[in-house]
Design a protein around this ligand. Structure first.
Ligand SMILES: Cc1cc2nc3c(=O)[nH]c(=O)nc-3n(C[C@H](O)[C@H](O)[C@H](O)COP(=O)(O)OP(=O)(O)OC[C@H]3O[C@@H](n4cnc5c(N)ncnc54)[C@H](O)[C@@H]3O)c2cc1C
Length: 361
């Protein structure tokens, strides 16, 4: 079995970006991803000939963020402004028409073709023989030369060796699904356990349409609702003027959602859209219900019950411990800036890879 410089765990944005930077620095790596697809929390609906991917996870980046647009340029991907022209709606009671008010123009951007285009473009520039999908890693073991990692099977073929271990998955997920905790000092364990996996307990409903009938009615597609099931709705069109869609964050908490059938939830969401935007909204060409809370490699029990709270950890006090272990964390949750966001994932990776390349394995 070949020993690589760096074993990477997780093929979300962080893991794939880390692989890209390691490759650029001439370091060898192998990347293991638990699920059968790339991208983690960056996921889009399957693109068709006429409709590019619509975001089912992360959707926006903002004007103050610089790393995301720089990466998009590097990857040859475009972006466009979130559609906000027109009025917004406020739904306060089930039987009363929603109140119409001047929409909130806050500027944000979307990735052309959906945010999943980013991991896809990164992966396309990597050697496919180094990317291993459907490889959950649960056993982490220190060796004199670095690390040996494996899945749950005792098959020696599924044991991998690296001089350095880069953990590009949410800290809580790693603590819950691997033996990581046993390898860390109690203060570092505690600090990592406190970092909520950003947005992991959320669910999104997306409906796509042939026409943007809400735009034609002078509406932005923006809704705030006290009724639900969706509490916040936005225009989710896949491009500036194509792939028309609306999406909403489902306000039903994860524990309650798990008691409702997906079909009933879909129907409830479509009915709400029809109530807000008229009968055309019930005639969606496709619908998607993405419940992130059900994804075992992205959401933990602890994430399900807490109020939404930004991750905020300073790993500097643990630098000596991590150095000694030849271990780095690189998911967005550990970023020193913009933690939780796509931008944060890029910050976290650049810092982790800079530390590895300064003292190469
Ligand atoms: C509904 C939702 C909306 C969001 N909206 C926005 C937004 O609008 N703007 C924004 O900036 N951010 C948003 N985010 C956050 C954004 O998605 C994340 O910041 C970003 O995708 C994190 O990337 P990551 O690679 O660090 O982690 P992840 O995407 O979580 O990737 C981690 C990967 O590790 C894998 N993994 C975990 N454990 C193991 C293991 N033991 N072995 C192997 N593989 C493992 C997982 O399967 C996953 O693929 C949103 C997130 C969600 C869920």
């Amino acid at each position: 079995m070949q020993t690589v410089d760096v074993i990477i765990i997780g093929a979300g944005l962080s893991g794939l970006y880390a692989a890209t930077l390691l490759q650029q620095n001439g370091l060898s790596y192998q990347l293991y991803e638990a699920s059968t697809h790339l991208g983690g929390r960056l996921r889009s609906s399957p693109a068709t000939a006429t409709v590019p991917g619509i975001d089912l996870g992360a959707a926006w980046f903002w004007p103050h963020q610089s790393k995301v647009p720089a990466l998009l340029t590097q990857l040859g991907l475009g972006h466009f402004s979130q559609y906000v022209a027109g009025d917004a709606l406020y739904q306060t009671a089930p039987d009363t028409p929603a109140e119409r008010f001047a929409g909130m123009p806050g500027l944000s951007y979307r990735v052309a073709g959906g945010t999943a285009a980013i991991p896809a473009a990164l992966a396309a520039r990597l050697d496919p023989s180094q990317l291993h999908l459907g490889h959950p890693i649960t056993q982490l073991q220190r060796t004199p030369n670095g690390w040996q990692v494996a899945g749950d099977t005792a098959n020696p073929q599924d044991t991998y060796h690296g001089h350095h271990l880069l953990l590009a998955a949410p800290p809580r997920v790693l603590l819950q699904r691997t033996n990581l905790a046993a390898l860390l000092s109690p203060p570092l364990q505690r600090a990592l356990r406190q970092q909520q996996t950003w947005m992991a307990a959320q669910a999104k409903f997306v409906a796509s349409y042939e026409q943007a009938f809400w735009r034609e009615a002078g509406l932005a597609g923006q809704v705030f609702s006290r009724i639900g099931p969706m509490t916040e709705i936005h225009d989710a069109s896949a491009a500036e003027d194509a792939g028309f869609a609306l999406f909403g964050f489902i306000g039903v908490p994860a524990a309650q959602r798990s008691q409702i059938s997906p079909d009933a939830l879909r129907q409830g969401c479509l009915q709400q859209l029809a109530q807000l935007f008229g009968p055309a909204a019930a005639q969606a060409s496709a619908t998607y219900l993405q419940d992130w809370a059900t994804e075992a490699w992205l959401c933990t029990d602890d994430d399900l019950t807490e109020a939404r709270r930004h991750p905020d950890i300073n790993l500097k006090p643990y630098a000596a411990e991590l150095n000694e272990l030849r271990l780095s964390f690189a998911a967005t949750e550990v970023a020193q800036q913009e933690a939780g966001y796509i931008e944060g994932a890029l910050y976290a990776v650049e810092q982790a890879v800079a530390a590895i390349t300064q003292s190469p394995p």
